[in-house]
Design a protein around this ligand. Structure first.
Ligand SMILES: C[S@@+](CC[C@H](N)C(=O)[O-])C[C@H]1O[C@@H](n2cnc3c(N)ncnc32)[C@H](O)[C@@H]1O
Length: 503
């Protein structure tokens, strides 16, 4: 078995023909595009297959073999036969081709850059696919699936059961989470998503998508009513350790997720983690009851409430440029007073200059005629100095740094549901019991509390304490040169009392 690597898993450095790409038109506005290589005019476009957006036209030839993340300028496209087709209401085949190659095709024309418009071309990721996929159903969004995948312990090599597949949003995210290489043959067990879909139309669409995204070795989709027919695949167990149920009645499918040998789709050797996704609390209640009845443990429910906060620095100050986001009010009393002083000073200087000018005019009435340019320049100087002072802000003040503020951004698309989690431990067999007994013998312990009576325990304790005291004493008594114990100062002082008097 050989598999072409999926652009979701191993995208390489550059875009290539036949691969999926995500086109970013604006923030939060993405589109999915299957890149094509054209050798002639396509759909009336002389440049070959062309993507048309509100930011202009982009022939695929301008999007091919460029690094992911590139910005691509729009092209001025030649609508050739397409334009005529519209006017004449004829089909493309009716349009006479200008000049054809040996295959009967018009070679694709080289694209020329348009005066405006651009897009970014991004490598596909489950997050971008979720934002751009064609919706056939409600889908699981990124904030939910990232949490779910972590809770059900999806990691490279995990085998996940998913039902229903719906629009494939969760399938793509889980495929990336479990991917640890493509299987080399039938016996090569790798991380895999076993997806089940009841609706025939959606099943076919999903099959096509999985194929065109080169995920065939990683995602296996089955057309199945899982309430009735369970989760076995071609009569074999998927050996799953993780389960995700996004179904209208998940409790109806739980009976097929037992550990009965022969019909169990679960890995018998490991704990299985499950998550069910339900919008109503009544559905949650039914699911929890059924999980408890069937022996699932650690049952709990979570609701994800995703909010995105836009954090900005509030810039407050009378001297700030008049820009968006700046508040031109004094940041504090000190700034208000400083500003007021400046304004007063400017006014005074201006009035002084005006008075001086007036006095000169009165004293020398012909001055204006004699030297009008000098008078004018003085007046200009006075008003200039006023402007200069008004704009003289000095170095940036600490209050210019402002406070941090936040506001919620328009909410990320998400459809709120309750997530129920639970764990099904492995079955405990006779064999396991024996192995555990051999490792930790039970009932043959010689020294456990309860095996010895109270008196004996007390005696044991006394002996233990006595031996400890003896050891401690032995350590504290110093030895003489021959290795005998020396008498301590206390011993020496005690001696005369016991000795009889000599005189
Ligand atoms: C909400 S959609 C799943 C969306 C999907 N999780 C996603 O992220 O795109 C639920 C899907 O479950 C399918 N479904 C409903 N009952 C089913 C059943 N008994 N067996 C299999 N699929 C079923 C529906 O056809 C539908 O496509």
């Amino acid at each position: 078995m050989t598999f072409t690597p999926s652009p979701f898993l191993e995208p390489g450095d550059r875009t290539k023909a036949g691969s999926l790409a995500i086109v970013s038109l604006a923030r939060e506005d993405f589109g999915a595009l299957l890149l094509e290589e054209s050798s002639g005019a396509v759909d009336g476009y002389a440049e070959g297959a062309t993507l048309n957006t509100r930011f202009g036209s982009f022939p695929h030839s301008t999007l091919l073999d460029i690094p992911w993340g590139s910005q691509v300028r729009a092209s001025a496209v030649d609508t050739g036969s397409r334009g005529r087709k519209r006017r004449l209401e004829t089909t493309d085949e009716d349009t006479p081709a200008a000049s054809q190659d040996e295959n009967g095709k018009t070679p694709a024309k080289k694209a020329t850059v348009a005066s405006s418009g651009f897009i970014y071309i991004l490598r596909p990721s489950p997050e971008l696919w979720t934002s751009s996929l064609p919706h056939r159903t409600q889908v699981v969004y990124t904030p939910d699936y990232s949490y779910i995948l972590q809770r059900i312990r999806a990691r490279p090599g995990t085998r996940i059961i998913e039902a229903g597949a719906g629009s494939g949003s969760f399938s793509h995210a889980s495929a990336r989470a479990v991917y640890n290489g493509y299987p080399k043959d039938e016996t090569d067990t790798k991380g895999k998503v076993f997806s089940f879909e009841f609706n025939e139309d959606r099943f076919h669409k999903m099959t096509e998508e999985i194929k065109s995204h080169f995920l065939t070795g990683i995602v296996q989709i089955q057309h199945r009513d899982v309430y009735r027919d369970g989760f076995m695949v071609d009569g074999k167990s998927p050996n799953a350790t993780a389960v995700f149920l996004d179904l209208p009645a998940p409790w109806k499918a739980l009976q097929h997720l037992s550990r009965r040998s022969g019909t169990s789709p679960l890995d018998p050797t490991q704990s299985v983690h499950i998550c069910t996704f339900s919008p109503c609390i009544e559905q949650v209640s039914k699911t929890v009851n059924e999980l408890r009845t069937l022996g699932w443990t650690d049952v709990d429910m979570v609701e994800i409430s995703h909010r995105r906060l836009n954090v900005t620095r509030e810039r407050v100050g009378v001297n700030l440029p008049n820009e968006r986001g700046n508040s031109q009010t004094p940041a504090d009393v000190l700034e208000a007073v400083t500003k007021l002083r400046k304004v007063n000073q400017q006014n005074k200087q201006f009035q002084k200059a005006q008075t001086a000018q007036h006095n000169r005019n009165v004293a020398e009435p012909t001055a204006m005629d004699v030297d009008s340019s000098a008078a004018a320049s003085e007046a200009t100087l006075a008003s200039d100095s006023k402007d200069k002072l008004a704009g003289d802000d000095g170095p940036e003040k600490p209050w210019m740094q402002g406070r941090l503020t936040h506001r919620s951004e328009s909410d990320l698309k998400t459809h709120t549901s309750y997530l129920v989690f639970a764990v099904l431990p492995p079955e405990w067999s006779e064999e396991d019991e024996e192995k555990a007994l051999a490792k930790w013998p039970c009932g043959q312990e010689s020294k456990v509390i309860g095996n010895v009576d109270k008196q004996s325990r007390k005696q044991e304790k006394r002996e233990l304490l006595a031996s400890r005291t003896k050891k401690r004493k032995a350590k504290s008594e110093p030895l003489d040169a021959q290795g005998k114990k020396c008498k301590t100062e206390n011993d020496t002082q005690a001696e005369p009392e016991s000795m009889p008097a000599t005189n």
